[in-house]
Each structure stands twice: as structure tokens, then as C-alpha cells.
Design a protein around this ligand. Structure first.
Ligand SMILES: [Zn+2]
Length: 448
């Protein structure tokens, strides 16, 4: 009997403990839900666990892909955004960006509040770097707002407020705000390497390297190497670059940070460095800019990357014995041709066997010629910048098929542009050297 009583007591005590626990948990939950209403909330530090659970319910997102010919207004109507609100957003956005300029193929993301399902924010990526973010932001706390509204109602300054119900009154105390910001990518640094079998492009594909990353790599080397012409079977490359993610999804490659290319046994390495806001770019291991007077190739790698393997890269190479003192780039009609260096257009006309031809005088020593063009993009007397498109590949003059005939003339003599050694670019300033060497040491380690 005595044992039974003590057993009963134990159960009662257990029940009391249980009830108390339930009470505590309930209070915690209530505390987190009432966060918005309590100005002096002492529970905030204790409610983190439960808050996390609450916040799992996300706001509703709707992505609209902009079709060609559609306007911002039409897209908003389709998304059930009334014209008054659409106009309010449009006007707010004008401070930073004109939504009339949205591009077909891009996306507009609408974010609706998880509780009210009202439009809360709008996101538009202008390009790969920047986005426009328009959101409705509260200016005061909710309690203050209600007080504020009643004050305003007494004064009757705003016609909007007069006919509103309580839910809308809160809305009136939020204002649309626009912000132009860098796209907040999550960045991951990766190291990739490959050996060239048939072409740099193919080597990248075979090693699961994003082709956009290999095009950026080619751009980094554009003053040092012509990936289409210089690369040989057995060449190797290794590079460190950023990968950009949004919400865990891979979007695109970012900055190339460091790269090494071994071309027929010769190693060329370069490192990205920001000396200051104005001077950022690639430097060799001695801190000299890799930017030189001439680009290695008059056709950007991205236009000839996929179509041509080692044997088919060019129609005809530079060859003194055959008298072909030029390089013929195989490329389809219409491929853009770029000026290899700054200069002045000294010829832009039909010129016999050369067909449509452009000559650029770079200085007292060098001139470059571009022949068989289908179209011109510059005319006689124009000043051109390095990399600027000057014309398009064609097959005019004595030509059996579309290609670019490219010549470099030095002091009146046609030379092989691939063999011409040019002095290195501007070095990093003495005061920034230490920062440069310490920054690249970790990349050098990764490229080993
Ligand atoms: Zn030729």
C-alpha cells in the first residue's frame, strides 16, 4: 500500500513537470509570435530556435522571363500587378534605372510576402554584374505607424488615407525604395587543369571546364598567346578562377585569378591584381602588366574556339619560302576582326588581290593589314583602339573561301606577328610590390 502511494505521487510529480514544460514551450512560441507587438521584448534571445523554424516558410517568388517586344507594364499586368502599383514601381525605379529598357531574355523576379501575399519586392538583373532591387520598406514600427496615421487623418493631408481600412493604413507607411547593387553572388574559388589533345577548347570540354571560363582564360592570355594558333598537342594549362552561385545554383564563371600555360615547354603564368581602382588586370610573376602594344590575334578566341582543331586552325601559316608572309585565320564570313593595337586607319578600300582591306598604322615602326573582308566597321582616318572591331571576315579578292589574311609590317618588312617579341607592359608601383608578391604567393602554390 505504501509503495502504491509513493508510485501515485511519482506520477503526479511527473505530470506537474510535464505541464510546466508545456507551459514553458507555449510561452516561448507566443513570445516569438508577439515579437512585432512588444517593444520591450526580453524573450528575443531565447526564441532563436523557434524563429528558425518559423522562417523556413519562404516568401513566394515568381520569375517572369521577358519576351521580345513586351513592355514592363504588360508584364506587370500579366503578373496581376495593378497599373497603379506598376506605375509606382516604375517611377521609384527611375532614380536608378529606366524599366522601359528591360531586355528580352532577362528575368524579372517578383517576391510576395509569405503572410499577406502582397508584392514586397522586385528584382531585375541589368547584366551579369548589377541588379535593381525595389522593395517596400517600413519607415516606422507598426505601433508608431498606427498613431502616425491617426494624426495624419486628423490633419487630412493625404487623400489616400481617408478611405483606407486598417490593413491598408499599414501599407501607406511603407515606401518603395530602389537600390542598384552588385549581384550578391556566392563565390567559390576553383582550380582546373587540362592537357591539350586537339585544341584548348576541346581540352576544356573534356575536363568539364565551363567554356565561358576558357574564353576568359584566353582573354587573360590575349597579349601573350594565341590559343587558336600557338597551342600544340601536349601543352598543359592550370588556372584558378571564381565560380558564381545564387541560391546554391551555379550561374557563371567569375574572375580568373591566376593561370599557367605551358606552351611547347615554355611556361607563361599570370596573376590578376588590383593595384588601385584605375589599374587592375593581369601581371606576370615579376609584377609587369601583361598588356602589350599588340594583341596576339586579330580574331578573338571566342569566335574560333569551337570550330577548329590543331590541324584546321588556319588556312595558311607564315612561310617565307612560299612567299606567304601573313597568317590566314579560318573563320566564317561575318566573324568580327579586331585591331591588334591602337592606331590610325591608313587604308580602308578594295585593293586588288587583297579584296576589301584595312591597314592600321600603329607608330613609326609598325603597321598591320587585314584583307578579304566582307564588311568594314571603320573608315580612312579613324583612330582605333586595341580590340576595337574594324571589319568582318569575308572572301573578297583572291580568296578561295572565307578567311582573314593578316599581316604585320615592321619598318616596311612583313614579319611573323606570332614571333614578334614585344616589351612587357607597365610594372606595378614600387609601394604596391609587397602586397602583390604576398597576394600571388598563395596562387603560385595552387598552380604548382
Ligand atoms: Zn593569306
Amino acid at each position: 500500500m505504501k509503495r502504491l502511494i509513493s508510485y501515485k505521487y511519482s506520477i503526479i510529480i511527473l505530470l506537474i513537470i510535464f505541464s510546466f514544460s508545456v507551459f514553458l514551450i507555449y510561452n516561448k512560441t507566443a513570445g516569438s509570435n508577439s515579437d512585432n507587438y512588444n517593444t520591450n521584448n526580453d524573450n528575443s534571445n531565447n526564441t532563436n530556435d523557434l524563429k528558425d523554424v518559423v522562417e523556413i516558410i519562404p516568401d513566394r517568388k515568381e520569375k517572369i522571363i521577358i519576351e521580345s517586344g513586351s513592355t514592363f507594364g504588360e508584364l506587370m499586368t500579366k503578373a496581376d500587378i495593378n497599373s497603379k502599383l506598376a506605375n509606382e514601381i516604375y517611377q521609384t525605379c527611375l532614380e536608378e534605372y529606366d524599366l522601359a529598357k528591360i531586355k528580352a531574355g532577362n528575368e524579372i523576379e517578383l517576391i510576395f510576402d509569405k503572410d499577406s501575399d502582397k508584392l514586397k519586392s522586385l528584382l531585375y538583373k541589368i547584366d551579369s554584374e548589377e541588379e535593381i532591387f525595389i522593395s517596400k520598406k517600413e519607415i516606422e514600427s507598426e505601433k508608431d505607424n498606427i498613431k502616425d496615421i491617426s494624426d495624419k487623418n486628423n490633419i487630412s493631408t493625404s487623400t489616400d488615407i481617408i478611405n483606407t481600412v486598417s490593413a491598408q493604413e499599414t501599407e501607406n507607411n511603407k515606401v518603395w525604395q530602389v537600390e542598384k547593387r552588385a549581384i550578391p553572388y556566392d563565390v567559390k574559388t576553383v582550380v582546373k587543369e587540362a592537357e591539350v589533345e586537339s585544341s584548348v577548347y576541346q581540352a576544356a570540354l573534356d575536363n568539364n571546364i565551363d567554356e565561358r571560363a576558357i574564353i576568359q582564360l584566353a582573354n587573360a592570355f590575349q597579349w601573350s598567346l594565341d590559343f587558336a594558333m600557338d597551342s600544340q598537342k601536349g601543352d598543359t594549362f592550370k588556372f584558378v578562377y571564381e565560380e558564381r552561385y545564387l541560391d546554391g545554383e551555379y550561374i557563371m564563371p567569375g574572375q580568373v585569378i591566376a593561370a599557367k600555360y605551358v606552351n611547347s615547354g615554355n611556361e607563361i603564368a599570370l596573376y590578376y591584381f588590383e593595384e588601385n581602382e584605375e589599374n587592375k588586370g593581369f601581371f606576370d610573376e615579376d609584377g609587369n602588366s601583361v598588356q602589350k602594344m599588340f594583341l596576339k590575334a586579330p580574331v578573338a578566341f571566342k569566335y574560333i574556339s569551337s570550330g577548329f582543331t590543331t590541324g584546321l586552325r588556319y588556312v595558311e601559316a607564315f612561310n617565307v619560302s612560299t612567299g606567304h608572309r601573313a597568317i590566314d585565320y579560318a573563320a566564317t564570313t561575318g566573324t568580327p576582326i579586331r585591331a591588334v593595337g591602337d592606331g590610325t586607319v591608313v587604308l580602308s578600300r578594295y585593293n586588288g588581290g587583297y579584296g576589301n582591306m584595312i591597314s592600321i598604322r600603329h607608330n613609326g615602326t609598325y603597321t598591320t593589314n587585314y584583307a578579304h573582308l566582307s564588311k568594314y566597321a571603320v573608315s580612312y582616318g579613324n583612330r582605333v583602339k586595341q580590340g576595337q572591331v574594324i571589319g568582318y571576315v569575308g572572301s573578297t579578292g583572291f580568296s578561295t573561301g572565307p578567311h582573314l589574311h593578316y599581316e604585320m609590317v615592321k619598318n616596311g618588312v612583313k614579319i611573323n606577328p606570332l614571333r614578334e617579341v614585344l616589351p612587357p607592359g607597365e610594372p606595378i608601383k614600387e609601394e604596391n610590390r609587397d602586397r602583390f608578391y604576398s597576394e600571388i604567393s598563395k596562387w603560385q602554390e595552387m598552380l604548382k
